[in-house]
Design a protein around this ligand. Structure first.
Ligand code: TYM
Length: 330
């Protein structure tokens, strides 16, 4: 039986954080055993915010090294740069013409990002979800593993694909979002009502995967909690503690009830140290591998070139079908 297909991607924004790891990459690694996986480095998507060109190049390599260092095996999964497979930009444009302004203006990420970058609300920021739909549909993906914040984009992808199929006949597989029940929205440690993000301006809010054990311990110890002093899962009233519980639960494969029992009668101090130690242990092999990979860019280049070739074989077939159906001479 043919394996089901997975596609997901992460923007080339450089140093990734614990939210990216728990919400997305941990599942990427798990799923590579049972699925035919395509993991992309979304460097074209990263252009919606002004970036230094050298940094953007370096950031793409950082995401690639992160993928491999967390355990994605380039011999099992296809890892590639979005920019090397020109079909993404092409299908993205085509799908722009099958996506409505009203749909795009309802996207919460667009609303968030345009309020954060009020001086640069460019058209790319607005049409970003059509490019993302192209990423997914080119590979006829069955499943798209992401954190909670990308669910709306995957749902829009389904609508666009259904619309296109209705007009031209079966062309795209309709993808399903794959969002973990726990850990799909890791919150900031200083502001547990906002998702953990690289762009947070609060110090100690975000744990980067490359943070040292000392930095991780310091950040978790400073995490905002509440005054109740009881380790109990209650997202609404105890967002800080609930967030730490999710992190601890995912890493140690424990339910929220099990964690409540484990820390019954213990204060937050003991719990925070246990959380920090779990993160440190989980990320320990990562740091070493990541540094080794980044020290050898030739090896990374070989990996992304090989991945792009394989990705393009699939993507070009879909794009050919689309062009034939809509009447575009190639
Ligand atoms: P990006 O680069 O913002 O985030 C990468 C992945 O990390 C997840 N994530 C989180 N999960 C839990 N808690 C958090 N605090 C957290 N922050 C980020 C995101 O949900 C995502 O899964 N548009 C996408 C990139 C993309 C893509 C695609 C994804 C481009 N094309 C095609 C899937 C399929 C993005 O900006 O993710």
């Amino acid at each position: 039986m043919e394996k089901k297909v997975i596609l997901s991607g992460i923007q080339a924004t450089g140093d990734l954080h614990l939210g990216n790891y728990i919400g997305a990459m941990k599942n990427f690694v798990k799923m590579q055993e049972d699925y035919d996986c395509y993991y992309m480095i979304a460097n074209l998507h990263a252009l919606t915010v002004r970036r230094n060109p050298n940094e953007l190049k370096q950031n793409a390599l950082k995401v690639l090294a992160t993928y491999i260092a967390v355990g994605i095996d380039p011999d099992k999964s296809t890892i590639f740069l979005q920019s090397q497979v020109h079909e993404h930009a092409e299908l993205g444009w085509v799908l722009d013409c099958y996506t409505y302004m009203g749909e795009l203006s309802r996207m919460t990420q667009y609303k968030d990002k345009s309020s954060k970058h009020a001086d640069n609300i460019n058209a790319g920021l607005f049409t970003y979800p059509s490019l993302m739909a192209g990423d997914i549909l080119l590979y006829q993906a069955d499943l798209v593993p992401t954190g909670e914040d990308q669910k709306q984009h995957v749902e829009l992808t389904r609508d666009i694909a259904e619309r296109f199929n209705k007009l031209y006949g079966e062309t795209f597989k309709i993808p399903e979002p794959y969002i973990p029940k726990i850990g799909a929205r890791i919150m900031g440690l200083q502001d547990p009502t906002s998702k953990m993000s690289k762009s947070s301006t609060l110090p100690n809010d975000t744990i980067l995967l490359i943070d040292t054990p000392e930095e991780i311990l310091k950040k978790v110890k400073k995490a905002v909690t509440d005054s109740e002093g009881i380790v109990k899962y209650d997202e609404k009233n105890k967002p800080g503690i609930s967030n730490l519980m999710e992190i601890y639960g995912i890493i140690n494969n424990k339910t929220m009830e099990e964690i409540e029992k484990e820390f019954e009668g213990e204060g937050y101090g003991t719990f925070k140290v246990a959380v920090a130690e779990s993160i440190i242990k989980e990320l320990d092999p990562f740091r070493k591998k990541y540094n080794e990979l980044m020290a050898n860019p030739k090896n990374l280049e070989e990996i992304y070139n090989k991945g792009a070739k394989k990705a393009q074989e699939v993507a070009s077939k879909t794009l050919k079908d689309v062009y034939d159906k809509i009447g575009i001479i190639r």
